[in-house]
Design a protein around this ligand. Structure first.
Ligand code: CP3
Length: 344
């Protein structure tokens, strides 16, 4: 296998770790801003295969990264289910909020794979344009994070406050999570069939939940999705990124359903090396704000991860997405630093 990311996810050590970055496509790149202006809205960009494939390829071309991540958004599932979706400049996403159980029945009948056909076309075009040494990563939001946006109609200051539903409207929350599990399985399998080599599940708002709630809304659903995807399409690696779960990270590995585990910037990397690396391939960790700073501050911070994970398979990445203020030359310098390190 000559694909470095796939080899690493299969547990083979590489001389230099594969590298890609969450939110590697986006506003920090001038070529992205030009593409976005041409598309009109962010949603139009996501749903126009030519342009979305180009946005997917831009960072790989500029920085020679080892993987491309599909240019799309986790909120395309609520969109495909029939919620109105708009991305408002400098405010973020807005969805028509769902209010009750009665909506879930209508959502059940929606075919997300059909409604998201343009995204699957983006996957096909991108895979065809990428060389075989580069992996194409498909993705979806994990049910809890997607549910927080569906319920609130936009980003919440404190998404964990929605855990109240677990106590007073449990059948409703469970029905919504179950619906999202099923739709996400369909969508990820369709991405794999269209050419995604790996899939990642983002649970951005998994942090700050007490154990029984976390188990019910995040650990359980992510495992269910991974097991279903892997039984339908054996051999496709699955990466989990539940942000902010700290010492509860190990719980996600109990079922052996994921091949890789993304750590966020707040997680102690020594804990991750000690507790997680024997059980999965760790990915990421570096604070994206260190990449805004650049220079020696950035490379010293990166070296911590390279040093700790030098004797196990490891994927170099960040502990959350690149932010719009990131100077692109810092990203180039980071890739150069990782590639020129004497890692092993
Ligand atoms: O390069 C890539 O990472 C691939 C594409 C990608 C986007 N969003 C593009 C995007 C991926 C993987 C995502 C995931 C996503 N989207 C998450 C999970 C990961 C994370 O960052 O925690 C979440 C929570 C979302 C929801 C979302 N999308 C929000 C809250 C926002 C507005 C805030 C912001 O950063 O602009 C978006 C918009 C969005 N998604 C943009 C991009 C490039 C910016 C859109 C623009 O104005 O051009």
């Amino acid at each position: 296998m000559e694909n470095k990311l796939l080899r690493t996810l299969a547990g083979e050590p590489a001389a230099i770790p594969p590298i890609w970055m969450m939110r590697q496509a986006g506003r920090y790149l001038p070529e992205y801003r030009a593409l976005r202006a041409k598309a009109g809205s962010f949603l139009d960009l996501c749903l126009t295969p030519d342009l979305a494939a180009e946005a997917t390829l831009q960072p790989v071309r500029r920085f020679d990264l080892d993987a491309a991540i599909l240019f799309a958004d986790i909120l395309l599932i609520p969109y495909a289910l029939g919620q109105d979706l708009a991305f408002i400049e400098s405010e973020g996403p807005r969805l028509s909020p769902i209010i009750g159980e009665e909506k879930i029945g209508a959502f059940r009948d929606r075919n997300v794979v059909e409604r998201l056909a343009p995204v699957l076309e983006t996957v096909r075009r991108t895979r065809a344009a990428l060389s075989s040494d580069k992996a194409l990563i498909g993705f979806a939001g994990a049910p809890w994070t997607v549910a927080t946006y569906m319920l609130a109609g936009g980003p919440l200051k404190e998404p964990a406050s929605l855990r109240g539903l677990w106590y007073d409207r449990r059948p409703f929350l469970s029905a919504l999570i179950e619906l999202l599990i099923d739709k996400t399985i369909d969508y990820l399998i369709a991405q794999i069939d269209a050419g995604a080599d790996v899939v990642q599940l983002f649970d951005t708002w998994a942090g700050a939940l007490p154990w029984p709630v976390l188990d019910a809304v995040s650990v359980g659903p992510m495992n269910k999705i991974a097991l279903a995807v892997k039984s339908a399409r054996p051999g496709t690696p699955v990466i989990f990124f539940p942000r902010g779960v700290g010492e509860k990270a190990g719980e996600y590995l109990a079922m052996g359903s994921c091949d890789g585990f993304g750590i966020d910037y707040a997680m102690d990397p020594a804990f991750a090396r000690r507790e997680l690396s024997a059980r999965t391939v760790v990915q990421g960790g570096l604070d994206p704000l260190a990449v805004v700073a650049g220079g020696k501050t950035m490379t010293d911070a990166a070296a911590v991860y390279l040093k700790l994970f030098h004797d196990v398979p490891y994927i170099f990445n960040l502990g959350h997405g690149l932010v719009p203020e990131t100077p692109p030359e810092n990203v180039a310098a980071l890739v150069e630093f990782v590639r020129s390190s004497t890692w092993r």
